[in-house]
Design a protein around this ligand. Structure first.
Ligand code: ZN
Length: 81
């Protein structure tokens, strides 16, 4: 967990409040069109399918894609065993 990731309580509070705190928007948190307006941000695998264009998201998308690829590679290993 990085400092950019929200804890569950903050996530739930934000979802209920509908508005995202400015410092969280700056970190890349947004209501994502690609996920039916789900709250998406750093540390979430949902970023792999997110096509929203925000400079702050580029690094985070790469990080999550790498995590996703690693997960897939491990799954493949399990299946091929
Ligand atoms: Zn998005």
């Amino acid at each position: 967990m990085t400092p950019e990731e929200m804890d569950t309580d903050e996530y739930m509070r934000t979802e209920r409040a509908s508005s995202i705190p400015k410092r969280r928007v700056a970190q890349g948190w947004h209501w994502c069109d690609d996920w039916d307006d789900m709250l998406v941000g750093p540390g979430m695998l949902a970023l792999v399918g997110c096509t929203c264009r925000r400079p702050v998201l580029d690094v985070e998308k790469e990080r999550m894609q790498a995590r996703f690829d690693k997960y897939n590679a491990e799954e493949q290993k399990e299946i091929l065993k």
